[in-house]
Write a protein that binds this ligand. Structure first.
Ligand SMILES: C[S@@+](CC[C@H](N)C(=O)[O-])C[C@H]1O[C@@H](n2cnc3c(N)ncnc32)[C@H](O)[C@@H]1O
Length: 247
Protein backbone atom coordinates (compact mmCIF):
# COMPACT_ATOMS: atom_id res chain seq x y z
CA UNK A 1 0.00 0.00 0.00
CA UNK A 2 1.29 3.50 -0.85
CA UNK A 3 2.16 5.96 1.90
CA UNK A 4 -0.68 8.30 0.85
CA UNK A 5 -3.23 5.54 1.18
CA UNK A 6 -1.82 4.49 4.57
CA UNK A 7 -2.18 8.08 5.82
CA UNK A 8 -5.72 8.31 4.44
CA UNK A 9 -6.70 5.02 6.11
CA UNK A 10 -5.35 6.26 9.41
CA UNK A 11 -7.28 9.52 9.00
CA UNK A 12 -10.48 7.60 8.22
CA UNK A 13 -9.95 5.51 11.35
CA UNK A 14 -9.38 8.65 13.43
CA UNK A 15 -12.60 10.14 12.04
CA UNK A 16 -14.38 6.86 12.78
CA UNK A 17 -15.74 6.37 9.28
CA UNK A 18 -14.49 3.41 7.23
CA UNK A 19 -16.25 4.80 4.12
CA UNK A 20 -13.88 7.77 4.20
CA UNK A 21 -10.96 5.78 2.77
CA UNK A 22 -10.55 7.66 -0.51
CA UNK A 23 -11.36 6.29 -3.94
CA UNK A 24 -8.18 6.97 -5.91
CA UNK A 25 -9.84 6.25 -9.24
CA UNK A 26 -12.61 8.76 -8.50
CA UNK A 27 -10.12 11.46 -7.58
CA UNK A 28 -7.99 10.70 -10.64
CA UNK A 29 -10.91 10.78 -13.10
CA UNK A 30 -12.25 14.05 -11.71
CA UNK A 31 -8.94 15.91 -11.43
CA UNK A 32 -6.85 14.35 -14.18
CA UNK A 33 -4.03 14.04 -11.63
CA UNK A 34 -1.48 11.24 -11.78
CA UNK A 35 -1.48 8.48 -9.13
CA UNK A 36 1.82 9.88 -7.81
CA UNK A 37 0.35 13.38 -7.37
CA UNK A 38 -2.73 11.98 -5.63
CA UNK A 39 -0.56 9.90 -3.33
CA UNK A 40 1.54 12.93 -2.44
CA UNK A 41 -1.43 15.07 -1.29
CA UNK A 42 -3.06 12.16 0.54
CA UNK A 43 0.24 11.70 2.38
CA UNK A 44 -0.40 15.09 3.99
CA UNK A 45 -3.24 13.50 5.93
CA UNK A 46 -0.64 11.96 8.23
CA UNK A 47 -0.53 15.43 9.82
CA UNK A 48 -4.34 15.57 10.11
CA UNK A 49 -4.92 12.60 12.43
CA UNK A 50 -5.28 14.78 15.54
CA UNK A 51 -7.81 17.03 13.75
CA UNK A 52 -9.89 14.06 12.59
CA UNK A 53 -9.83 12.65 16.11
CA UNK A 54 -11.10 15.96 17.43
CA UNK A 55 -13.95 15.98 14.91
CA UNK A 56 -14.89 12.51 16.09
CA UNK A 57 -14.68 13.58 19.72
CA UNK A 58 -16.90 16.59 18.96
CA UNK A 59 -19.45 14.19 17.44
CA UNK A 60 -19.31 11.98 20.51
CA UNK A 61 -19.67 14.98 22.82
CA UNK A 62 -22.69 15.98 20.74
CA UNK A 63 -24.28 12.61 21.46
CA UNK A 64 -23.34 10.57 18.39
CA UNK A 65 -20.30 8.74 17.18
CA UNK A 66 -21.50 8.64 13.60
CA UNK A 67 -24.27 10.21 11.56
CA UNK A 68 -25.32 10.61 7.94
CA UNK A 69 -22.12 12.52 7.28
CA UNK A 70 -20.38 13.15 3.97
CA UNK A 71 -18.49 9.98 3.12
CA UNK A 72 -15.65 11.39 1.05
CA UNK A 73 -13.91 14.12 3.08
CA UNK A 74 -10.41 13.01 2.07
CA UNK A 75 -11.31 12.70 -1.58
CA UNK A 76 -12.42 16.35 -1.60
CA UNK A 77 -9.33 17.28 0.42
CA UNK A 78 -7.21 15.79 -2.37
CA UNK A 79 -9.24 17.51 -5.12
CA UNK A 80 -8.76 20.90 -3.50
CA UNK A 81 -5.05 20.35 -3.01
CA UNK A 82 -4.61 19.17 -6.58
CA UNK A 83 -6.74 21.78 -8.37
CA UNK A 84 -6.23 24.79 -6.07
CA UNK A 85 -9.76 26.14 -6.61
CA UNK A 86 -10.57 29.78 -5.88
CA UNK A 87 -14.27 29.43 -4.96
CA UNK A 88 -15.85 26.34 -3.42
CA UNK A 89 -19.60 26.24 -2.76
CA UNK A 90 -21.36 23.57 -0.73
CA UNK A 91 -24.96 23.20 0.36
CA UNK A 92 -25.66 21.10 3.47
CA UNK A 93 -23.30 21.46 6.42
CA UNK A 94 -24.84 19.79 9.50
CA UNK A 95 -21.86 19.06 11.82
CA UNK A 96 -19.38 20.00 9.09
CA UNK A 97 -17.43 16.91 8.00
CA UNK A 98 -17.19 18.05 4.37
CA UNK A 99 -16.66 21.68 5.41
CA UNK A 100 -13.71 20.73 7.63
CA UNK A 101 -12.07 18.82 4.77
CA UNK A 102 -12.48 21.72 2.32
CA UNK A 103 -11.23 24.23 4.89
CA UNK A 104 -8.24 22.15 5.82
CA UNK A 105 -7.15 21.84 2.16
CA UNK A 106 -7.70 25.56 1.50
CA UNK A 107 -5.61 26.38 4.54
CA UNK A 108 -2.79 24.31 3.15
CA UNK A 109 -3.24 25.96 -0.27
CA UNK A 110 -3.05 29.39 1.41
CA UNK A 111 -5.77 30.61 -0.93
CA UNK A 112 -9.34 30.08 -2.08
CA UNK A 113 -12.60 30.33 -0.15
CA UNK A 114 -15.32 27.99 1.06
CA UNK A 115 -18.91 29.26 0.91
CA UNK A 116 -21.33 26.97 2.74
CA UNK A 117 -25.10 27.16 3.03
CA UNK A 118 -27.08 25.23 5.63
CA UNK A 119 -30.67 25.25 6.77
CA UNK A 120 -30.11 23.62 10.14
CA UNK A 121 -32.38 20.79 11.25
CA UNK A 122 -32.64 21.11 15.03
CA UNK A 123 -32.74 18.21 17.46
CA UNK A 124 -35.69 18.59 19.87
CA UNK A 125 -34.05 17.39 23.09
CA UNK A 126 -30.62 16.34 24.44
CA UNK A 127 -31.11 12.82 23.08
CA UNK A 128 -31.76 12.28 19.36
CA UNK A 129 -35.28 10.90 19.06
CA UNK A 130 -35.93 7.80 17.01
CA UNK A 131 -38.02 9.75 14.52
CA UNK A 132 -35.56 12.60 14.21
CA UNK A 133 -33.16 13.10 11.33
CA UNK A 134 -29.61 11.88 12.02
CA UNK A 135 -28.35 15.19 10.61
CA UNK A 136 -30.22 17.16 13.30
CA UNK A 137 -28.05 19.56 15.30
CA UNK A 138 -27.90 18.94 19.08
CA UNK A 139 -29.20 21.62 21.46
CA UNK A 140 -26.75 24.47 22.08
CA UNK A 141 -24.85 23.87 18.86
CA UNK A 142 -24.97 25.37 15.37
CA UNK A 143 -24.27 24.30 11.80
CA UNK A 144 -20.65 23.27 11.51
CA UNK A 145 -20.45 22.44 15.22
CA UNK A 146 -17.73 19.80 14.79
CA UNK A 147 -15.39 21.98 12.68
CA UNK A 148 -12.24 22.74 14.71
CA UNK A 149 -11.81 26.41 15.59
CA UNK A 150 -8.48 26.81 13.82
CA UNK A 151 -10.06 25.94 10.44
CA UNK A 152 -12.86 28.51 10.65
CA UNK A 153 -10.97 31.66 9.69
CA UNK A 154 -12.34 33.07 6.44
CA UNK A 155 -15.18 30.51 6.25
CA UNK A 156 -18.26 32.03 4.60
CA UNK A 157 -21.07 30.11 6.34
CA UNK A 158 -24.63 31.25 5.59
CA UNK A 159 -27.67 29.90 7.40
CA UNK A 160 -31.00 29.53 5.64
CA UNK A 161 -32.59 27.65 2.74
CA UNK A 162 -30.44 27.30 -0.33
CA UNK A 163 -33.56 28.17 -2.34
CA UNK A 164 -33.10 31.72 -1.04
CA UNK A 165 -29.37 31.95 -0.32
CA UNK A 166 -27.73 30.13 -3.24
CA UNK A 167 -28.89 32.55 -5.99
CA UNK A 168 -27.65 35.49 -3.90
CA UNK A 169 -24.28 33.84 -3.21
CA UNK A 170 -23.73 32.80 -6.82
CA UNK A 171 -24.35 36.35 -8.04
CA UNK A 172 -21.52 37.51 -5.76
CA UNK A 173 -18.95 35.06 -7.11
CA UNK A 174 -16.83 35.34 -10.24
CA UNK A 175 -16.89 31.55 -10.63
CA UNK A 176 -17.69 28.28 -8.86
CA UNK A 177 -14.63 26.05 -9.07
CA UNK A 178 -16.09 23.18 -7.00
CA UNK A 179 -19.76 22.68 -6.08
CA UNK A 180 -20.99 20.05 -3.63
CA UNK A 181 -24.70 19.37 -3.20
CA UNK A 182 -25.40 17.69 0.14
CA UNK A 183 -28.58 19.45 1.31
CA UNK A 184 -32.18 18.56 0.46
CA UNK A 185 -32.10 15.46 -1.69
CA UNK A 186 -35.01 15.65 -4.14
CA UNK A 187 -34.87 15.79 -7.96
CA UNK A 188 -36.42 19.28 -7.97
CA UNK A 189 -34.04 20.67 -5.37
CA UNK A 190 -30.91 19.20 -6.93
CA UNK A 191 -31.97 20.55 -10.34
CA UNK A 192 -32.59 23.96 -8.78
CA UNK A 193 -29.11 24.02 -7.20
CA UNK A 194 -27.33 22.78 -10.34
CA UNK A 195 -29.09 25.28 -12.59
CA UNK A 196 -28.32 28.07 -10.11
CA UNK A 197 -24.58 27.40 -10.15
CA UNK A 198 -24.42 26.61 -13.90
CA UNK A 199 -23.68 30.19 -15.07
CA UNK A 200 -20.61 30.34 -12.81
CA UNK A 201 -19.12 26.98 -13.75
CA UNK A 202 -15.96 27.15 -15.84
CA UNK A 203 -14.14 24.52 -17.92
CA UNK A 204 -12.51 22.25 -15.32
CA UNK A 205 -15.00 23.04 -12.52
CA UNK A 206 -16.05 20.02 -10.47
CA UNK A 207 -19.66 19.30 -9.51
CA UNK A 208 -20.45 16.67 -6.86
CA UNK A 209 -23.82 15.42 -5.64
CA UNK A 210 -24.36 13.04 -2.73
CA UNK A 211 -27.33 10.76 -2.09
CA UNK A 212 -28.36 10.73 -5.72
CA UNK A 213 -30.39 7.60 -5.03
CA UNK A 214 -33.09 10.12 -4.01
CA UNK A 215 -32.68 12.60 -6.82
CA UNK A 216 -33.84 10.58 -9.82
CA UNK A 217 -32.34 11.60 -13.14
CA UNK A 218 -31.46 15.17 -12.07
CA UNK A 219 -27.68 14.71 -12.05
CA UNK A 220 -27.63 12.57 -15.19
CA UNK A 221 -29.60 15.20 -17.12
CA UNK A 222 -27.30 17.97 -15.94
CA UNK A 223 -24.18 16.00 -16.90
CA UNK A 224 -25.64 15.22 -20.32
CA UNK A 225 -26.42 18.88 -20.92
CA UNK A 226 -22.74 19.69 -20.30
CA UNK A 227 -21.45 16.71 -22.26
CA UNK A 228 -19.60 15.59 -19.11
CA UNK A 229 -19.16 11.94 -18.17
CA UNK A 230 -20.48 11.02 -14.69
CA UNK A 231 -17.92 9.53 -12.32
CA UNK A 232 -19.33 7.39 -9.51
CA UNK A 233 -17.46 6.97 -6.22
CA UNK A 234 -17.02 3.24 -5.86
CA UNK A 235 -20.50 1.70 -5.94
CA UNK A 236 -22.08 4.51 -3.97
CA UNK A 237 -24.57 7.17 -5.03
CA UNK A 238 -22.02 9.97 -4.64
CA UNK A 239 -21.52 11.25 -8.17
CA UNK A 240 -19.18 13.76 -9.73
CA UNK A 241 -18.40 15.39 -13.03
CA UNK A 242 -15.79 17.74 -14.39
CA UNK A 243 -16.94 20.47 -16.78
CA UNK A 244 -15.21 19.61 -20.08
CA UNK A 245 -12.11 21.59 -20.98
CA UNK A 246 -12.07 22.40 -24.72
CA UNK A 247 -9.03 21.10 -26.66
C1 LIG B 1 -26.59 15.33 4.90
S1 LIG B 1 -26.49 16.79 5.87
C2 LIG B 1 -24.98 17.51 5.36
C3 LIG B 1 -23.80 16.71 5.78
C4 LIG B 1 -22.50 17.46 5.63
N1 LIG B 1 -22.18 17.81 4.26
C5 LIG B 1 -21.35 16.67 6.22
O1 LIG B 1 -20.30 16.60 5.66
O2 LIG B 1 -21.49 16.10 7.27
C6 LIG B 1 -27.70 17.80 5.10
C7 LIG B 1 -27.82 19.21 5.68
O3 LIG B 1 -28.59 20.02 4.77
C8 LIG B 1 -29.54 20.77 5.48
N2 LIG B 1 -30.62 21.15 4.58
C9 LIG B 1 -31.79 20.51 4.33
N3 LIG B 1 -32.54 21.21 3.46
C10 LIG B 1 -31.83 22.31 3.13
C11 LIG B 1 -32.07 23.42 2.27
N4 LIG B 1 -33.21 23.54 1.59
N5 LIG B 1 -31.11 24.38 2.18
C12 LIG B 1 -29.95 24.28 2.86
N6 LIG B 1 -29.67 23.25 3.70
C13 LIG B 1 -30.60 22.28 3.83
C14 LIG B 1 -29.94 19.82 6.61
O4 LIG B 1 -30.61 20.45 7.66
C15 LIG B 1 -28.57 19.27 7.01
O5 LIG B 1 -27.93 20.15 7.90
Amino acid sequence: MTSGLVAARDAARALGDRRAVPDLRWIGKLTGATPAAIDRVLGELAGAIATERRIREAHRAGGRSFYAQFRAPFDVYAMVRLLRPTEIVETGVSSGVSSAAFLSALRRNRGGRLHSIDLPTRQATEKLGRRESPVAIPPGRDSGWAVPAELRAGWDLRLGPSERLLPVLVRELPEVSIFLHDSHHTPQHLTFELETVRPRLRPGSIVLADNTVWTGEAFDRFAASLGAPIVRRRRSDLLGLRVPIPD
